[in-house]
Design a protein around this ligand. Structure first.
Ligand code: A3P
Length: 391
């Protein structure tokens, strides 16, 4: 059934939304099994609640709604998530994959959005004539674990008001699906094959057979630029509204206590598997330095057999200015207008989601002391990792 559903082709006749639950505001706590301190997940990880002063400090630093349900660590490795992850972890670990799937895996802010456009266009739109290319990313490249990112309160309210496009989309592609069980993983399940699916989950939390079943493209970015971009994202998004300083953010990143941490283990596990024929390890900096060369690698890896001309199409369609322009247009905005998910002052001062799209911004933003602090972490945790700091 899943294989024959076509998400994108059926969006014109939406069935009505599911009726909202009676007590919308309480929904999140109803569906999330909070009392999970001894819970063992299918991945073998144990859940540990973030509590006390550590939690209070994070709540002060991130006054947005996204950590309202609490935070957890998964042991071993201390994978850091919103508590909402508990509800979805087993579903994600047992997510059914197919040989035609491509999984795009990254630590946040390492070039996910760019690479997802590169892969989707390479696979589906090499002549730039596919009308589905205008569809938003959620429809073309579902974000596997997005349900676990503390959005449930937004989803509850928006769905009750009938204004959540993802809930609407899910009800179109799978009328039997209940959005309260999570929208994004169910969208990922239902989209048309061959699927391209995006995740920031580390390999440890993905299905055990991932690399025996499907292809994985892993993109890494140097930690100095990653920190700058991740800080911006956390300030920009209303759900997080980071209110601290750059020093405080660096400290959280290096002490591995913010969502998706630890960066070091995330990239190191993928790096160790770089010779696996089903994993392609890419660097953001290489994409910036030589996009055609990197597209050739992707073309070989995915077996897409595109011509040089088609690779050039993919590169120009996915360039920073083009993607930035389309991202505003897709929301009916002019370039430079904020979306309602953004903190407007941050957007107007420092840029939107498509902020700069360069490598080496750390040279302007980090002091020598901050660089030294980051380098100490790298030396300790990733001593032999061949980071690239400029192009
Ligand atoms: P900056 O904040 O440094 O500008 P992700 O998609 O993983 O969240 O990564 C976001 C980073 O990739 C942001 O970096 C963003 O501007 C950059 N980016 C997005 N699209 C890009 C593109 N087409 N080319 C280059 N960089 C891009």
């Amino acid at each position: 059934v899943v294989l024959t559903r076509n998400v994108i082709g059926r969006i014109t006749t939406p069935p009505p939304l599911l009726p909202p639950p009676p007590h919308i505001r309480q929904l999140s706590s109803d569906i999330l099994p909070w009392n999970m301190s001894s819970k063992k997940l299918s991945s073998g990880h144990t859940v540990e609640a973030v509590e006390g002063e550590e939690l209070e400090e994070l709540k002060r630093l991130f006054p947005g709604q996204m950590i309202k349900n609490g935070l957890i660590r998964l042991q071993p490795n201390g994978w850091f998530f919103q508590s909402d992850y508990i509800k979805f972890g087993d579903k994600l670990y047992n997510f059914k994959l197919y040989p035609t799937d491509v999984i795009l895996m990254t630590y946040p802010k390492c070039g996910t959005t760019w690479t997802q456009e590169l892969i989707w266009t390479l696979r589906n739109n090499p002549d730039l004539n596919n009308p589905l290319a205008d569809k938003p990313f959620e429809e073309r490249v579902p974000f596997l674990e997005a349900d676990s990112l503390g959005h449930s309160h937004l989803l509850d309210t928006m769905a009750s008001e009938g204004t959540n496009p993802q809930v609407e989309l899910l009800s179109q592609v799978n009328p039997e699906a209940d959005w309260r069980d999570g929208v994004n993983w169910q969208l990922a399940e239902a989209v048309q094959h061959p699927r391209t699916i995006k995740t920031h989950l580390p390999l440890e939390l993905m299905p055990k057979d991932l690399l025996n079943t499907t292809k994985v493209v892993y993109v890494c970015r140097n930690p100095r630029d990653c920190i700058i971009s991740w800080l911006h994202h956390n300030r920009l998004m209303k759900g997080m509204s980071f209110a601290g300083t750059l020093d405080q953010f660096i400290d959280l990143f290096l002490k591995e206590k913010w969502i998706y941490a630890p960066y070091s283990t995330h990239i190191n596990t993928a790096w160790k598997l770089r010779d696996n024929p089903n994993l392609l390890f890419l660097f953001y900096e290489d994409l910036k330095a030589d996009i055609l060369g990197q597209l050739k690698k992707l073309n070989n890896f995915l077996g897409t057999n595109r011509t040089e001309e088609q690779l050039k199409n993919v590169a120009s369609h996915s360039s920073f200015p083009e993607m930035r322009k389309r991202s505003y247009e897709s929301k009916g905005l002019k370039v430079g207008q904020a979306s309602d998910r953004y903190n407007k002052e941050v957007h107007d001062k420092d840029g939107g989601f498509f902020r700069k799209g360069e490598t080496g911004d750390w040279k302007e933003k980090l002091t020598p002391a901050q660089i030294a602090t980051i380098d100490r972490y790298v030396q300790e945790k990733l001593p032999d990792f061949p980071f690239k700091y400029s192009v």
